[in-house]
Design a protein around this ligand. Sequence first.
Ligand SMILES: [Zn+2]
Length: 290
Amino acid sequence: MVLDRAERRRKDEAWLRERLEDPRSRVVTASQDGVALHDERLLRGPVPQTMRRGEAEPILLGLERDAALFACDAPPDARVISLRDAGARLAGPEGGLAAYAVALLNWHRRHRFCANCGRGTLVIEAGYARRCPQCGAHHFPRLDPVVIMLVEHGARVLLGRHSGWPRGRFSALAGYVAPGEGVEEAVVREVLEESGIVAYAPRFIASQPWPFPSSLMLGFHARSDGGTPTAGDGELEEVRWFSAEELRRARARGSDGGEHGLHLPPSIAIARFLIERWLEETETRTSAGM
Ligand SMILES: [Zn+2]
């Protein structure tokens, strides 16, 4: 993201007031699940009077070429598009910025009251924390780590589908990391729970913020000795092995490939990234005769 989060200046109240008054400062607006766009970028409007007057909380995203960029709740009549649709339309850094704004605003919406004593809390650090005026507790934005993994055996990978998904859609297995658990342990446990397959050698590949409402997706590759998968824990409707050839055919058909057959996760999803990366690897291995 090409944005300076201004970690060192956030606690400086005078500096923050200057940013609110600075005519170069801008604000992006977001609802619970969507952002306002202008062409192929996030809409950057002037700082609203309510924020300048202190009636709306000053949530600072950071500095963009020295100009402050704030985030505020979209008014009820604002035209917003969902983050999933925006992700497909926005170039890399803008997509990341949209996820950041939605995640931060969602956290503030859900943490207006102190989890310790129940009193209403106040924004501090220009939106990076909240403080309780009664018991003094500080509350910081939290993330829920989710592991998502492509499990490989031979030249096949394990994918599953939820019953509510569009017909034919399969994706990598995934689940929340439990308290007291390492991410590698979570990979092994989730695969066993969701499919009955024993996975091992989990290897971290890449991560992706997924603010619905506050997940951090941690993408893994893992190996297994195969076996017949069974959708065990009631979360998945079906789980099975797919060959590289099946995945390539699904990719070639695209998402409009008719009712039948496999549909891959959309390009915005980290699951798709893991699948594409694995396909590339298998191509390299095949052409190297390995
Ligand atoms: Zn409190």
